[in-house]
Each structure stands twice: as C-alpha cells, then as structure tokens.
Design a protein around this ligand. Structure first.
Ligand code: AMP
Length: 396
C-alpha cells in the first residue's frame, strides 16, 4: 500500500475525497471549520510536492437535487483562507465545467468540485458516475473518514478505477492508526468507557469491546438498563425494557472474559427532564418513583476515575449524563478530566463518536486527549468491528 509520506504528487492531479460538510449560518458563512482544517495537511502536501488537488465532498442532504443553499462555493472560499492560496471552483462535480477546470489545473493549484450529492448517483454508488469522477484525476486519495462507512461513489466505488494509485490522506490514516492502537494490540490495561442515551445503539460496540478491554465503564442513560437488569429500581429513568436480557448477557460475558465491569453505584436524579427540575442524589439502584437518573453520582465518579487513571489505553464513546444541561454535566466533566490526566501521564486516549467529542471540546480538554476522532457514525461502526467500505476500497 502506498502512503502520503511515501508518495510524490509531483506533476500529478490528485482527486481527493474530503469531508467539507461544515456547519454554516443562514448566509452560508462557515460557523465551525474543524472539518475543513482537518484536511489542510493532505492538501498542503500535494501542492508542496508540485501536484494539484481536486477536492470532492458532500454538504448537507440535498437528496440528489441541485440546491443552491447547499453549494460548496462558500466553503471553497473559506478553505482558500485556511490554505493561504486561491481555490478554484467547478459548478458541478462532473460534466464540461469540471472537466475543463481539472484539465487546466496547474501544479500547486486547488479545485473544489460542487456538492457530490446534487447527483443521486453519489449515494447510490453508481459505477458510471464514479468513472466520470475518476477521469478528473491521476491518483485517488480518500481523506473523508466521516463517510468511510458509506459505499458511495466518491468514497468507495471510485477506488476501482485507481487499482495502483489509491491511498489514504493524513486524516484518514490518523483515524485508522488511532483505532489500531486501541483495538489492535493495546498497551494494557485498556479501559473502554461507553455512555450515551441508549443500549440499543451501542450493543455491537459493547460486544466488540468486551473481547478487547480489561475494564469496561458504562455510564449515561444506557447504564439504567444495566441497573434495572441487575434488579435495581430505576424510577422514571430512561430504560430499554426489551434489552434487559441483553444487558444481563453482557454482564455475564464480562465475567466470563475476566473484564472488570463498572456500572454506576449512585446517580444525580431529577424530577423532570429539565435544567430547572428539582435534583437530588441517591443510590443508582434506588431511584424513587417519578425521578430519573440524569448523571452519575460522586461515588461512581471516584471509582470510574480510578479505573481511568490506572489505564495505559483508553477509549471513550458517549457522555456519562445529560451534559448539555448544567446540573447533569459533572460526571462527564470528571471523566473527561480523568482521561486528560491519564493521557498527561502517558496513556493513549481516543475519544470517538459524536457527543463525547462535543463534550471534550466544550470543556476545553481536546488538546490533552491523544486523538479526538472526526467521524461520528463511521467511528461507531469501526468500534463495532465492522469493515468500513471506504477503508476496504483502498486496502483491497
Ligand atoms: P448517544 O448519541 O447515544 O451517544 O447519546 C448522547 C445523548 O445521551 C446525549 O444527548 C445525552 O444527553 C444523553 N444522555 C446521557 N445520559 C443520559 C441519561 N442519564 N438519561 C437520558 N439521556 C442521557
């Protein structure tokens, strides 16, 4: 397999699938450019080598139709500022304008193609559409981890047209390497922290991790299902009654595999799902009727923290409580701080998957985490142990 560092893009046109699906305000102004910043190293390497870069991405959900509100033009302009260089723009991702602009591209130049998802063929993984895209460049680079779990034209099918000239960009490689450090052959002890709202969305993650970690911490709304499965009173907490048996199965499997399982022993409870509700604390298995557990309590924080601090490898997916509301964010803050502290002491930490990423950013701790993933759904599927089509297409 070829890599960014072992390749020279000199004189080549690199067709790069990137993730420029950035949040914008009503006027198209980019409000959070994290994703655009993340692709800069790959683009800079290509142009520094004397190559040119043709960037393709989706933006929003135009559902296969042209929608000017979802044009990538304002994002291309923003990217130009990040690169400190002009960025050209093609008004369609295939067809005469894209062809002419790609053909005229000179070494060091960058071209952004219009939103791929203006064509229904993109999400359908259409082969002819993939071929048309492929004809714009000499080498294919996939740097869009966020869509690696989708077998779309630009993320997967297109790789067929570059059997000897396909590689991962720096961002994608970093995501793959980070997951490798956690799930491949981790430094032990390895602790996985899984939180978030529901067991149902994390069953496969739990089942995959249980075979790989030494300690497993379960927090967030999903912990209530475990508490009830073990015979506890969960009051009005979020519980998935149809998954009590599944939860008991996970507890048994942890025992059988010698994995130390941590379930909250106490909780911050509220009499309504609201920031202004009455709150109290109680044992996790004695939540009064009409009350709900919305965060882990101080005793759980202490024992979870101790587990994190004795780890050499830490994976965190999902918040410990309803961290969007101030009264229920202490658990998530404490765990984020423990992960940062363990990392300061030399542990490798990966925070992956939507809300825990938002939490470490919100609490200003991202810089003290070894790797903060950019891919929500893609990271979740990766942690489930699935083969992501976008990764397989490059490796295959
Ligand atoms: P997920 O997308 O599955 O990772 O879940 C994240 C969401 O879980 C966040 O919006 C949290 O507010 C929510 N959450 C965390 N803890 C609880 C809880 N104890 N009860 C209800 N929702 C929770």
């Amino acid at each position: 397999m070829i890599t960014m560092d072992t390749s020279s893009f000199s004189g080549k046109k690199a067709l790069v699938r990137v993730d420029l699906n950035v949040p914008q305000d009503a006027h198209g102004k980019v409000t959070d450019d994290t994703r655009a910043r993340a692709i800069v190293p790959t683009v800079k390497k290509i142009i520094a080598d004397g190559g040119s870069a043709i960037l393709m991405s989706h933006l929003g959900r135009p559902k296969g139709k042209v929608n000017p509100a979802m044009s990538l033009k304002p994002v291309a302009d923003h990217l130009s500022g990040l690169l400190g260089a002009p960025v050209l723009f093609a008004t369609d991702c295939i067809g005469p304008d894209a062809k002419a602009k790609a053909a005229a591209l000179k070494p060091g130049e960058v071209l952004v193609l219009e939103n791929l998802r203006f064509h229904p063929e993109e999400e359908a993984g259409d082969e002819a559409f993939s071929k048309s895209l492929s004809e714009l460049g000499d080498v294919y680079v996939n740097d869009a981890f966020g869509t690696a779990h989708r077998a779309h034209a630009s993320t997967t099918i297109i790789a067929r047209f570059f059997p000897d000239a396909k590689l991962f960009g720096y961002l994608m490689q970093a995501e793959i390497d980070s997951v490798g450090k956690v799930l491949g052959n981790p430094q032990r002890p390895m602790t996985a922290i899984v939180g978030g709202s529901k067991v149902s969305s994390k069953i496969e993650v739990l089942q995959n991790l249980i075979g790989k970690c030494d300690e497993l911490i379960i927090g967030g709304g999903m912990a209530n299902t475990f508490v009830k499965a073990m015979g506890g009173q969960t009051g009005a907490s979020l519980v998935e009654d149809d998954l009590l048996e599944t939860a008991r199965g996970i507890v048994k499997e942890a025992e059988a595999k010698g994995v130390k399982l941590h379930i909250p022993t106490d909780a911050v409870i509220a009499d309504a799902f609201s920031e202004t509700a009455n709150t109290d604390q109680c044992a996790a298995d004695a939540v009064p009727d009409g009350w709900m557990a919305l965060d882990i309590g101080p005793q759980s924080i202490e024992s979870f923290r101790a587990a994190v601090l004795r780890s050499k490898t830490i994976l965190w997916n999902g918040p410990m409580g309803v961290f969007e509301m101030k009264p229920y964010q202490q658990g998530t803050i404490a765990i984020a701080e423990a992960v940062a502290e363990a990392t300061d002491k030399g542990a490798f930490s990966l925070v992956g998957g939507g809300d825990s990423v938002a939490a470490v950013n919100q609490f200003g701790l991202a810089a003290r985490i070894s790797y903060v993933s950019t891919g929500g759904g893609a990271m979740l599927e990766y942690l489930e142990g699935k083969v992501l089509p976008g990764i397989a297409a490059i490796k295959g």
